[in-house]
Ligand binder design. Structure first.
Ligand code: ADP
Length: 752
């Protein structure tokens, strides 16, 4: 059934070769118990390894059941070792981190036998060798004889035709040795057993045939066999280890090194924690921003301003938003903002369109007509005009009944009618010198709240202030006392401060009035002489110059005569959804209009949110990039750990290969190991990340209330991180596991 035909084996030694076997021809039959004898170094193990397919012959042929092995592939040899040969070694070669039962099952696993049958057959052979009481022990707890029995059981479990034993009794006392030899002899009844030994007495006593080797040649064969058996040719089932088994082998191995595995996983989880925290904080921030937009910023109006709409445009205008193309040579590039900015022209059409908007979308619409009232003040008995800009005379940008949501009252009352105004101070009661001086105070003196409350300002009536003379209207600077005395009195009733200056618009200090003041004043003005006169001509009634349409419109607005076309529209709404409805409604207005006629609104809340969102994403990207470096470091580390593991488990590699494991199976075992570490590190990392979000949130909330819930994990991110960790460590462990697969099985087995 097995024939060695003129086999020679050369080993490479230095530059030359060493011939370990020289022209060996042998025939074996079933039921033989062959002992190969000879002194150390004569080539016994080499012969056995060649017969067992662990090593390749250099010349000659090995014939199995009449089939030449000359054209055997690596896989054929693996299958042959697994199906047809069982090895027993002097040093047992058991895998110490697997139980007795698992050790025996290993060979069956490689040939793809299912679990139940595997278990049954392993228990059956273990019972046969007398080890039924030790199934679940680790081999290290057994005696030498018992370990050799396990090895024999493992060699037999696949029911091979050939059992090869290399000095099986070499490490045993003579009593145990005899027990083992008796067992082997029993086995040889229906198998071919070839045993290498250097003890002639055992050979004589137990073997049915003895072959003597000397320096790689046969010098004696006491039962040479020349006949031929019924040789039907040889086909072996291909082997393959399941990935699950690879996982189990690695898992058990890692379990014996719990401390090292945990430290490794912990170290490589640091990168995961870093990235995880950055992601959850950026996630939490986005949440806070959304809340901000819907809670606090929702009060900011959608603004439609006449003139340049600089912030954003509809998709059709996007390409226009690029500035001029730079010239790097010596040519001057002309910059014309009209080329790339949109100018809103508010028309009565648009105002009419807005009037038709579903009133449930908004809470208030404010129209601003660009009136600059002429203000006066009496300081030390003298009436003076005021430059509106010096006191920042502006209307509140909030609905009139929601002032208290955005402003904190420091003293006095919020305005209850259009003729009551307030002084807005910056945080810490800070007010610009222009405001103070204009209100008539000495900036070096001490000014208290009480000094300001009750102060009066006066709006000049057009008919008092502008008097006609030769078709021109002349401001009555010489009669300011009269103008002031007849003026409309405004009283400062309170001092206020922005609640949150960071989201303020129009949050500068100065005198702030209710939107309805302008409405009231314009009502009074439209009938004034100057308005009537200016409305009737395009010649300026102030200086006699001819005005363009734009200039005329500006003059009318400035004088408070314009009550038809607003210069600015503020639309207030109570939810982000409604704001979207409003924007959609405006977009609908634009659909069939030329670009120039379109109206582009500004949603400050969205702009602020977007800007902050962009900043946060940028910061997150930078931080994640830093954290990712540690991910790379950890995958290199895993590579090193796997490399060490390969060195440590060289013997195991040899054992698996001797049982018919393919190179692929070996790399699977180590890949499985890195996958386990990677997944473990990933799970550890995301768990720690999740746990860390609690203290971070508590600290953040203590530091700044708006930061409550700043760290929020996203389950998808966490899952992705586990996958990334697994993939990275797999990559890190890939090269060492390939190295493991390439190891020569004979050399691997020799490692202690
Ligand atoms: P035995 O089992 O009879 O003690 P071996 O079969 O192990 O002898 O070795 C036969 C000869 O081949 C020895 O001289 C040994 O040094 C040599 N040899 C074995 N393996 C190798 C190898 N991989 N490289 C070089 N020489 C080897």
């Amino acid at each position: 059934m097995l024939e060695l035909k003129n086999i020679s084996k050369d080993y490479k030694v230095g530059n030359g070769t060493f011939r370990a076997l020289n022209d060996v021809s042998l025939k074996f039959r079933k039921g033989e118990f062959v002992a190969i004898l000879g002194h150390s170094g004569c080539g016994k193990t080499t012969t056995l390894n060649i017969i067992g397919g662990l090593d390749r012959y250099t010349e000659g042929d090995l014939i199995i059941n009449g089939t030449s092995t000359e054209s055997f592939t690596e896989r054929d040899w693996d299958a042959y070792r697994n199906n047809s040969v069982g090895f027993v070694f002097q040093s047992y070669n058991l895998i110490n981190h697997l139980t007795v039962l698992d050790n025996v099952e290993l060979g069956l696993t490689l040939s793809g036998v299912n679990k139940t049958e595997r278990r049954a057959r392993a228990i059956e052979v273990l019972t046969k060798v007398g080890l039924e009481g030790h199934l679940y022990k680790k081999p290290t707890l057994l005696s030498g004889g018992e370990m050799q029995r396990v090895a024999i059981a493992r060699a037999l479990v696949n029911n091979p035709d050939i059992m090869l034993a290399d000095e099986p009794t070499g490490a045993l006392d003579s009593k145990t040795a005899r027990e083992i030899l008796t067992l082997i002899k029993e086995i040889s009844k229906d198998k071919l057993v070839i045993m290498v030994t250097h003890e002639a007495k055992y050979a004589e006593e137990y073997a049915s045939r003895t072959i003597q080797l000397l320096d790689g040649e046969i010098i004696e064969d006491d039962d040479e066999y020349h006949g031929s058996e019924d040789e039907t040719g040889y086909v072996a089932n291909k082997t393959a280890m399941s990935f699950l088994m690879a996982l189990k082998l690695s898992f058990n191995n890692l379990r014996t090194k719990k401390f090292r595995t945990t430290i490794t996983a912990l170290a490589s989880s640091i990168g995961i924690i870093g990235v995880g925290l950055v992601l959850s904080i950026s996630n939490g921030f986005s949440g806070i921003l959304d809340d901000l937009e819907s809670d606090q910023l929702v009060g900011l109006p959608i603004m439609i301003t006449e003139g340049e709409a600089m912030f954003m445009g509809p998709p059709g205008l996007a390409e226009m938003n690029e500035g001029p193309t730079a010239n790097e040579e010596n040519e001057i590039v002309v910059n014309d903002p009209d080329d790339y900015t949109h100018v809103n022209i508010i028309t009565t059409d648009f105002v009419d369109y807005l009037d038709l908007m579903d009133s449930s979308f908004y809470t208030t619409i404010q129209y601003n007509y660009g009136y600059q009232p002429q203000l006066l003040i009496e300081v030390d008995g003298v009436s003076k005009t005021i430059n509106n800009r010096d006191i920042n005379f502006s209307s509140y940008i909030t609905p009139e009944d929601e002032l208290d949501e955005y402003y904190e009252l420091l003293i006095g009352d919020f305005p209850s009618n259009p003729y009551e105004v307030t002084l807005l101070v910056k945080d810490g009661n800070i007010v610009d010198i222009d405001v103070i001086e204009t209100l008539g105070f000495d900036p070096d003196s001490t000014i208290t709240y009480d000094d300001i409350i009750g102060l009066n300002l006066y709006v000049a009536r057009n008919n008092d202030y502008y008097l006609e003379s030769n078709d021109l209207f002349i401001p009555q600077f010489a009669h300011l006392d009269t103008v002031l005395a007849n003026g409309i009195e405004l009283t400062i009733t309170g001092i206020v401060q922005m609640i949150d200056e960071t989201i303020s618009i129009g949050g500068d200090n100065g005198i702030y009035y209710l939107y309805s003041l302008e409405e009231e004043l314009i009502k009074l003005n439209t009938a004034s002489d100057i308005c009537v006169a200016q409305s009737a001509t395009n010649i300026s009634v102030l200086n006699g110059e001819t005005l363009t349409d734009d200039q005329l419109f500006n003059t009318l607005s400035y004088l408070g005569c314009n009550d038809t076309i607003p210069r600015m529209i503020n639309i207030y709404s109570d939810s982000v959804d409604n704001k979207t409805e409003i924007k959609d409604y405006i977009a609908l207005y634009n659909t069939n209009l030329l670009d120039d006629d379109q109206i582009i609104e500004l949603d400050l809340a969205e702009t602020i949110g977007d800007t902050m969102g962009t900043i946060i994403s940028m910061i997150s990207i930078v931080l994640s990039a830093f954290a990712s470096i540690s991910l790379v470091v950890s995958s290199v580390m895993i590579g090193i750990i796997i490399y060490i593991s390969v060195l440590e488990r060289t013997k195991e590699i040899g054992i698996i290969r001797s049982l018919g494991g393919r190179k692929k199976d070996i790399s699977r075992v180590f890949n499985a190991e890195s996958i386990i570490i990677g997944a473990f590190a990933g799970v550890l990392g995301v768990t720690i990340t999740f746990l860390l979000t609690f203290p971070i949130n508590i600290l953040a909330a203590n530091y700044e209330e708006t930061l409550t819930g700043v760290a929020q994990v996203n389950v998808l991110h966490l899952l992705a991180l586990v996958v990334i960790s697994t993939v990275l460590t797999f990559i890190g462990g890939y090269i060492p596991s390939r190295m493991a697969a390439k190891k020569n099985p004979v050399e691997a087995l020799r490692v202690e």
